[in-house]
Design a protein around this ligand. Structure first.
Ligand SMILES: *[C@@H]1O[C@H](CO)[C@@H](O)[C@H](O)[C@H]1NC(C)=O
Ligand SMILES: *[C@@H]1O[C@H](CO)[C@@H](O)[C@H](O)[C@H]1NC(C)=O
Ligand SMILES: *[C@@H]1O[C@H](CO)[C@@H](O)[C@H](O)[C@H]1NC(C)=O
Length: 332
């Protein structure tokens, strides 16, 4: 009975992922990418990972990894390094404030092409409940859209770093301490589709570094260093089949379903919390925290909430993907 329930659930999840989501009113579209393709986070996941359901093996691996990520968030820089495999002396990121995104081939622009209501992201109720402004910067609110595109080839030190067309499309609300990721297609992911594949990949390429710089500020945006006190990292929506499968299993294994806000929450240090921390989005969040202790101290993920947006569905879009809220605690 339970097995049947699970497999039915995953068939439904497959539908979530392959159905193209109703485009959010006008927010910049990511490069066209088939939803069925798994979006890997660097080398943490193999290239041939199962993509429609979190098998026992994948689930267990995510739980273990998430447990380690939690320890790394709680430890100091050297302690976090000891937990790397192989161990290293320090994990602090070298791409912190002061580095110039353009040097790494990124163009950065402000963007106001997003909406939070049911015609767009469908997360306005969640923002209200979390006491986060749901108004845009320039319209009485503090939500500033930031679109990074990796569109410039760079030649340096005898190397050619190809433009990959990667994008990180985020909303930053420094006043309410929130970073909302609307869509991310990393250089590593985009490079897999290039022919020939580039030899050298821009070093500033992970969500953990780009998201950090988008929130914290960087040379040239006039806000460098002003972003502190990050409390929420939100993914709206989850656009990675691997993460959808892990989230689906977290819900199913606790007899929950994907529901609108307030959705379902897990303490970060529960089994389900660890599994999500160990999935690609969770590792991105965890690394952003444990690789920036110098700037933010020992910030940890405290709670993870899964919820469905408030958009209407119709016959061609019968399912909505989940959204994820990582609530942070500690640090500065
Ligand atoms: C971009 O948005 C920020 C607010 O996040 C603002 O301070 C800055 O002036 C804007 N830049 C441009 C070029 O509009
Ligand atoms: C990036 O996008 C531009 C414009 O759409 C296109 O001409 C170019 O071939 C793309 N490059 C890669 C590496 O996909
Ligand atoms: C789990 O996290 C909660 C909230 O941060 C904390 O109160 C609790 O002590 C933690 N439990 C363990 C076993 O670490």
């Amino acid at each position: 009975m339970k097995l049947l329930h699970l497999s039915t659930f995953f068939v439904a999840l497959g539908g979530v992922v392959s159905a193209r989501r109703r485009p959010a009113l006008g927010y910049p579209q990511a490069p066209s990418v088939e939803r069925a393709v798994v979006h890997h986070e660097e080398a943490l996941f193999g290239r041939d990972e199962p993509s429609t359901s979190a098998t026992d093996e994948v689930w267990d691996r995510c739980v273990c990894r998430g447990y380690t990520m939690m320890k790394q968030m709680q430890a100091d820089d050297a302690g976090a390094g000891q937990l790397m495999s192989p161990s290293v002396d320090h994990v602090e990121s070298q791409y912190a404030q002061g580095d110039d995104p353009e040097k790494w081939g990124w163009s950065t622009q402000n963007s106001s092409l997003f909406t939070f209501d049911e015609n767009g992201l469908g997360i306005d109720k969640a923002l209200d409940a979390l006491k986060l402004s749901s108004k845009k910067y320039g319209a009485g609110g503090d939500n500033a859209g930031m679109l990074w595109r990796h569109d410039k080839e760079q030649k340096r030190d005898g190397k050619t770093y190809a433009a990959t067309n990667a994008t990180y499309n985020s909303i930053v609300n420094r006043k309410d301490h929130a970073l909302i990721s609307l869509g991310k297609f990393s250089p590593s992911y985009m490079a897999q589709k290039m022919d020939p594949k580039p030899n050298d990949l821009t070093e500033l390429r992970k969500f953990s570094d780009v998201g950090f710089l988008q929130y914290r500020g960087f040379n040239g945006d006039g806000l460098d260093g002003s972003g502190t006190g990050l409390r929420y990292i939100i993914f709206a929506p989850v656009d990675n089949q691997f993460v959808v499968a892990v989230v689906g299993r977290a819900l199913a294994s606790t007899a929950n379903q994907l529901e609108e806000w307030p959705g379902v929450s897990f303490p970060a240090n529960s089994t389900e919390g660890f599994a999500i921390l160990g999935s690609p989005y969770g590792t991105g969040v965890s690394m952003m925290l444990f690789q920036h202790k110098k700037e933010w101290g020992n910030k940890v993920v405290d709670k993870i909430t899964i919820f469905k947006g408030s958009q209407e569905t119709d016959a061609t879009h019968p399912e909505l993907p989940p959204n994820l809220v990582f609530e942070l605690a500690g640090g500065s």
